[in-house]
Design a protein around this ligand. Structure first.
Ligand SMILES: Cc1ncc(COP(=O)(O)O)c(C=O)c1O
Length: 403
């Protein structure tokens, strides 16, 4: 592969790429497991994994072989015809989520969009209201943006779709009051990812189940960031006892190949008819093959795969983060489980990201004050030690500078 200088890459992008991203000053050219290698040959420990996508690590040999094999066999046929992999993947996801049917698309936001559309389709115009939560993030298309909370994302694109009510994510009583017999659906992230790695409380989970059961409102679980095994169970809804009728999956599902899936109970799916929805690429052979490899490597049933690894390292991660919090009084909270973690420093954490990058660690900052860690599912205790030693160093130096 040709090596590109930073100047060449930045120059072309500055002139021709829509300027919606603030990129760090690094060009990555290769990956290997939990490491990324830049254009100068420097290796970095990747604790963000493409924002929660590269679950099996970079350049995973079996995934790469399967993708190459699929490319040599058949990549894409469209949804005008059958191919052998969609049904197989849908059946496996159905067994893993407890929801009966899948619609395949190409991203998380499209999976949310399908859930929003079919929760309205279910009510045939008799109910249109969505109840969403403060700090929620569900994507950037007009529908998913309409149930996303942050004004910063919403305001430039107003007016968004009407009839969305936001409820304080820490107020189960307000949720109970907001959900009524005009509510088509409640949409919730079991762990708010962009919102600062905040698991919803068990009181809120119980209130959501009760309000949906009482009013008939459908429940959409957005498992795009916290699902697919990231917490040690396939979904975090499972852990919380949430009872979704629809579910959005994405990110880790293709382990780097773009794929999203909206999952439906048969009751909701029964209202769908041919022509109601669709996608040219959705569920093509390449994406389905990658997702099948991911599920195989996850090995939920067998217990020997990367899901077992997430469970194994989770307790170690807990202990190491608790120790770090005890050491740094400025860490106000550590949240999350498995390989989705937030370190809340109670003040703007933007400076941590370049300081960690300089020391060879990739993390990102979300919800202003939270350092977010979304490492690949294959990390070991040694990787955790290495990453937290760098963060410890960064926080310690900063505190000394502040004195
Ligand atoms: C919970 C949640 N929902 C939806 C999305 C949107 O997914 P995508 O960026 O793949 O469209 C994200 C992405 O960060 C997410 O974390």
């Amino acid at each position: 592969m040709t090596t590109h200088t930073m100047t060449e890459v930045q120059g072309l992008e500055a002139e021709h790429v829509l300027q919606v991203y603030k990129r760090a000053n690094v060009v990555f050219e290769r990956g290997d497991g939990v490491r990324l290698i830049d254009s100068n040959g420097r290796a970095y420990l990747d604790f963000i994994s493409g924002v929660g996508v590269v679950a099996l690590g970079h350049a995973h040999a079996r995934l790469a072989a399967a993708i190459a094999d699929q490319a040599k066999t058949l990549l894409h046929t469209s949804n005008l015809f059958y191919h052998p992999l969609q049904g197989e993947l849908a059946a496996q996801l159905s067994a893993l989520t407890g929801l009966d049917r899948a619609f395949f698309c190409n991203s998380g936001t499209e999976a949310v969009e399908a859930c929003l559309k079919f929760s309205r389709r279910f009510w045939k115009g008799t109910r249109t209201k969505y109840v969403a939560f403060s700090h929620a993030f569900h994507g950037r298309t007009m529908g998913s943006l309409s149930v996303t909370w942050d004004e910063h994302y919403r305001a430039p694109f107003a007016p968004l779709i009407p009839d969305v009510v936001f409820v304080d994510v820490n107020d189960p009583v307000a949720l109970t009051a907001a959900v009524d017999d005009t509510t088509a659906a409640v949409i919730v992230e079991p762990i708010q990812g962009e919102g600062g790695v905040r698991p919803i409380s068990s009181a809120m989970a119980a209130a959501i189940n009760a309000a949906c059961a009482k009013t008939g409102a459908l429940l959409i679980a957005d498992e795009i960031q916290c699902g697919c095994g990231r917490t040690g169970t396939f979904t975090y809804s499972e852990t919380l006892g949430l009872k979704p009728d629809l579910m959005a999956l994405g990110k880790a599902l293709g382990a780097g190949v773009p794929i999203g899936a909206a999952m439906f109970s048969n009751r909701v799916a029964a209202e769908a008819a041919p022509g109601d929805h669709g996608s040219t690429y959705g569920g093509n052979l390449l994406a389905c093959r990658a997702a099948l490899v991911f599920l195989h490597e996850l090995d939920v049933a067998g217990g020997g795969g990367v899901l077992a690894n997430v469970k194994r390292v989770s307790a170690y991660f807990d202990a190491r983060l608790d120790a770090m919090k005890a050491k740094h009084p400025r860490i106000v909270d550590v949240r999350g489980t498995g390989v989705i973690r937030g370190i809340d420093i109670g003040e703007d954490a933007g400076w941590v990201v370049p300081a960690a990058l300089e020391r060879g660690l990739l993390v990102n900052r979300t919800a202003t004050s939270v350092i977010r860690l979304l490492p690949p599912f294959v990390i070991t205790e040694t990787h955790i030690d290495e990453a937290l030693a760098i963060l410890d160093d960064v926080l310690t130096l900063h505190l000394q500078e502040k004195k």
